[in-house]
Design a protein around this ligand. Structure first.
Ligand code: ACO
Length: 432
């Protein structure tokens, strides 16, 4: 806590009320308004939580004005350059970069949890062949609570650790099963001699009738995307996991809630929506038409992959991916260059347009991630599932932080009620 206070005069009593200011390590300080209702009987109103800190956290820091993203203090640029996804997962979960032995032990632990129960696998047969993979994945993850309900005591550190390793290890297996189901291909079991991302690609793309060797460039690209998507402080899906988890629910159920929140096009579904939009635009000649639609307040169309609730200057993850796109498309010899060129043209036009400049709308990470996923051979409907695999690390980390924070209370926002005043029930024959 700082020595500062924010004061306001209660208009009813004329009393001066002081609210303590809490100090942050980075970013703006925070006014503690927990005593507001008790002292003057009013709530605060902040739809979308644009100015409200819902918790204390020491995991990730985002500075939207400067375009800064730090995981446990480390800049995303350095992690993207030097680290691996499982190392970043360890960092997020445990707070510090692992030693070589710690990383080996963590990777080994993840390997021992990659398989899923055979009964869980049979669930996929119940889904229609064209079920959206996000629907399958959120359903199957929720059902994991039925498998581990009695061995997941959220108050036991050991159980929390096993849960964390289990869900991080099994999510690629579940995602691959959803993909194989939609393709009508046999499920491929995990291969524990492979690293996390190579194993993910193996489960997606190998078939029993043919040899499959994971392309190391593809595995490296996936690893980078997973690092960039691993956490982003109190975003919509992470806040959903925290809110669901604050009731003490089974953590698999809380993660399933996060997967559902991620699915929406304003959040994780944007990467799929970007490719749909680029395909609709088709050629550079059509760009002005789509820019006009995005600017037209009466048209619900938005330029997908543009804008961010927090980043109002640039999204540092977008800068990293943009650089990688050219290099990767070349190395993967992907034939998606025209789509990437169209994306670059659209970006160029939008960034010069007054509407986008004045509203601080810049490309976000998902403006480019879909292009890389496509080059890896991953279908559009799976893009958000890939995002979920990466973000699962952030969800689990925040869930653990929330459960172990003695200050945690069940999440229960207030409201600004604008419905009818109290009125008496009228019998059916008395209603006009
Ligand atoms: N295209 C056109 N106009 C836009 C866009 C866009 N992509 N994004 C915002 N605007 C406009 C809004 O219409 C609004 O205009 P107004 O002031 O005239 O009403 C203004 O910019 C502010 O937009 P809000 O929706 O209030 O901003 P908010 O912070 O609530 O939303 C969001 C952020 C949801 C990301 C939004 O920019 C958007 O819908 N973008 C497209 C979807 C997308 O790319 N989502 C991915 C986010 S990144 C992630 O989840 C990993």
């Amino acid at each position: 806590m700082t020595d500062e206070h924010y004061s306001l005069i209660d208009p009813k009593s004329g009393r001066r009320l002081d609210f303590p200011v809490l100090e942050t390590t980075l970013g703006p300080n925070v006014i503690d308004v927990t005593g507001l209702y008790g002292q003057c009987g009013v709530f605060t109103y902040d739809p979308g939580f644009g100015t409200t800190a819902s918790c204390t956290s020491d995991v990730t820091f985002v500075d939207g004005e400067e375009g800064v993203l730090l995981y446990r203090g480390y800049p995303i640029e350095q992690l993207a350059e030097h680290s691996s996804f499982t190392e970043v997962a360890y960092l997020l979960l445990y707070g510090d970069l692992p030693t070589a032995d710690q990383l080996r032990a963590f990777d080994y632990s993840l390997c021992t949890h990659t398989m899923i129960n055979e009964s869980l696998l049979r669930f996929f047969n119940g889904f229609h062949h064209n079920a959206h993979p996000m629907a399958m994945v959120s359903g199957v993850v929720a059902s994991m609570s039925a498998f581990y309900h009695d061995t997941t005591d959220i108050h036991m550190p050991h159980d929390r650790d096993v849960f964390a390793h289990r869900i991080i290890a099994k999510l690629p297996t579940i995602a691959a099963a959803a993909y194989k189901h939609s393709k009508g291909q046999p499920f491929v079991y995990p291969l524990n001699s492979l690293d996390y991302c190579s194993n993910t690609l193996h489960m997606f793309f190998s078939v029993p009738s043919d040899d499959y060797e994971v392309d190391p460039v593809a595995a490296q690209a996936l690893d980078l995307l997973f690092i960039l998507h691993a956490d982003h402080e109190q975003n919509c899906s992470t806040s959903t996991v925290r809110l669901a988890g604050s009731s003490g629910t089974n953590p698999y159920a809380a993660i399933a809630a996060g997967i559902s929140a991620l699915w929406g096009p304003a959040h994780g579904g944007a990467n799929e929506a970007v490719i749909n939009m680029l395909e609709d635009i088709g050629t550079a000649n059509n760009i002005p038409k789509y820019i006009d639609r995005a600017k037209d307040g009466s048209d619900p169309f938005r330029l997908m992959g543009f804008g961010h609730r927090v980043y109002k200057n640039h999204d540092p993850r977008a800068t990293i991916i943009r650089k990688m796109c050219h290099r990767l498309l070349e190395r993967l010899r992907a034939n998606d260059t025209p789509l990437f060129d169209l994306a670059l043209k659209l970006e160029e036009v939008a960034l010069k347009d007054d509407y986008f400049v004045e509203k601080n709308l810049y490309p976000n990470v998902d403006f480019y991630s879909g292009i890389i996923y496509r080059a890896l051979g991953i279908p559009k409907s799976m893009f958000t599932v890939m995002f979920a695999i990466a973000r699962c690390v952030g969800w689990v980390t925040h869930w653990r932080e929330m459960v172990t924070d003695p200050g945690t209370r069940i999440g229960r926002p207030r409201q600004l009620y604008v419905g009818p005043d109290k009125r008496d029930y009228l019998a059916l024959d008395e209603r006009g």
